[in-house]
Design a protein around this ligand. Structure first.
Ligand code: MLT
Ligand code: ZN
Length: 472
């Protein structure tokens, strides 16, 4: 250990206590690898501050020593944003101990939480007050609000409630010089100049370390209907979406697409789950909520599905008859990502497209990929209601997943070029991190990159906050 590292560690221990400065290999290991096992980094130490003032102390110490900082929440990110690089120079700041629910204001319908609070804990606290926090993700038991904010997380209820960006009213963040910026306001209207909190949302820890947030709460749904429908192609799925929006308005909360390949993968790893509508190429899982307990929601969903069947937009459909049945249908959808991870590496895309462009995109991309990589498996699923597809490409059956990853640049070009032509985005809800840094540089207009660099330089002049993430 160099003298400078020894001094740094002593200063950090002075601020946080010895027990919260981890350096032993076994202690730091879980913080150095992303959840998909795709990125492995190194760090001088992992620190575990208890509150914003300790985060501030850590940042001041590291800034004075010129040491990079990587903030980490539940380490469930998809793009390696929370994993340090391999240089071993960084200090990882884990926010996992910062889990206080600071305030819940039912009259203002807001909750104020520390950044390390898990999404599930926020949902539970809201439910306990007869309200609801709508962000919903497969990893909600372990992902944290700070991570959700830093990646502008989306999930399965964006259609009705928006991304994290729309759900945050206020933020507290530690700046690159260690000052604590207090933007913890609970206002739904505030036109006093630039909306600074939005800079920190979706910036993946590159502009500041989010330490707390004020989040919007909503009336709890008292009626919930979950249904699954099968159809021949995505054009028909979009027709069903249109019909459901017309029938249900903003009571349509989620509209999820699954290809037969994606669904089969989920069931292969969870054979205990149902297969309610076998034998179709595409499926939609939809959820509608109403906060009126006596709303005739099930009858309305059923009538809309019957109309869709009559017009041959869907081939078959089923309505969950109990909460348990609904949970099992949702498990089919939510397990796809985990099932893919267990199958081995695959080339992931998290794209957003105008809804109207999706059928042509699916057709032309699938044929270009199967021409270039015969037998490759397209695992397509995602949040069709938001125009967000997880368009993943895996090796042919029996082929080596690891070897197939060598094709990543070519596959990315085929997929992302078509996304760009359709006016879409190469990252809808997972962020950029390390995974899409080069893709961002390739597709973002030069002026966008220049403006992003100027914002970065203004907020982090030493370039110490999560270096090498988002911007190359
Ligand atoms: C999902 O929608 O299941 C997640 O975003 C995860 C994924 O794309 O792998
Ligand atoms: Zn998703």
């Amino acid at each position: 250990m160099t003298n400078s590292t020894a001094t740094l560690l002593a200063d950090l221990a002075g601020a946080l206590g010895d027990a919260q400065v981890l350096t032993a290999a076994a202690d730091v290991e879980p913080y150095l690898v992303d959840q998909r096992g795709r990125y492995r980094g190194a760090a001088r130490a992992v620190v575990r501050p208890a509150d914003a003032s300790q985060v501030s102390a850590v940042v001041r110490i590291c800034a004075a020593a010129g040491v990079p900082l990587v903030a980490q929440g539940g380490n469930t990110g998809m793009c390696g944003a929370a994993t340090p690089d391999a240089s071993g120079t960084a200090v990882v700041v884990s926010l996992a101990r910062m889990r206080r629910i600071r305030a819940l204001d039912p009259d203002n319908a807001t909750i104020t939480v520390d950044a390390g609070t898990t999404l599930a804990d926020v949902q539970r606290a809201a439910t306990g007050a007869g309200l609801m926090f709508p962000l919903s993700l497969a990893s909600e038991g372990s992902c944290t609000i700070g991570g959700n904010i830093s990646t502008n997380a989306g999930g399965t209820a964006v259609l009705r409630y928006g991304n994290m960006r729309e759900l945050v009213l206020g933020i507290e963040a530690v700046l690159a010089d260690g000052r604590v910026w207090n933007g913890l306001r609970g206002l739904r209207k505030d036109n006093t100049g630039y909306d600074l909190k939005q800079l920190f949302i979706g910036s993946e820890g590159t502009l500041g370390i989010v330490t707390a947030a004020v989040l919007k709460l909503f009336p709890a749904p008292r009626m919930r209907v979950t249904a699954m429908a099968a159809m021949q192609d995505v054009t028909h799925a979009l027709r069903l979406l249109h019909r459901m929006k017309q029938s249900l308005g903003d009571r349509l909360v989620g509209f999820e697409l699954m290809s037969a390949v994606a669904l089969a993968l989920s069931r292969a790893h969870h054979p205990e789950l149902p297969d309610p509508l076998p034998g179709h190429p595409w499926y939609v899982l939809l959820q509608a909520d109403d906060s009126a307990a006596a709303a005739p929601l099930a009858a309305e969903v059923e009538a809309a599905l019957a109309g869709a069947a009559e017009d041959r937009d869907i081939a078959d459909a089923t309505l969950a008859q109990s909460q348990d049945q609904a949970a099992r249908l949702w498990a089919l959808r939510e397990n796809i990502s985990e099932a893919q991870r267990r199958e081995g590496p695959n080339i992931k895309h998290d794209i957003a497209l105008p809804l109207s462009a999706i059928p042509a995109f699916i057709e032309s991309t699938a044929s270009a990929l199967t021409d270039a990589f015969p037998g490759s498996r397209l695992v397509v699923f995602g949040h069709l209601g938001d125009g967000n597809l997880h368009y993943n490409v895996a090796a042919p059956v029996g082929g080596s997943g690891a070897a197939f990853m060598d094709n990543t640049s070519r596959v990315n070009r085929i997929v992302h070029d078509r996304v760009a032509v359709a006016g879409g985005s190469i990252s809808a809800e997972h962020g950029i991190g390390q995974l899409k840094r080069e893709e961002l540089a390739h597709y973002k207009p030069a002026l966008d990159i220049e403006l992003m660099r100027r914002v970065k330089a203004a907020l982090d002049p030493q370039g110490l906050l999560n270096p090498g993430k988002v911007l190359a």
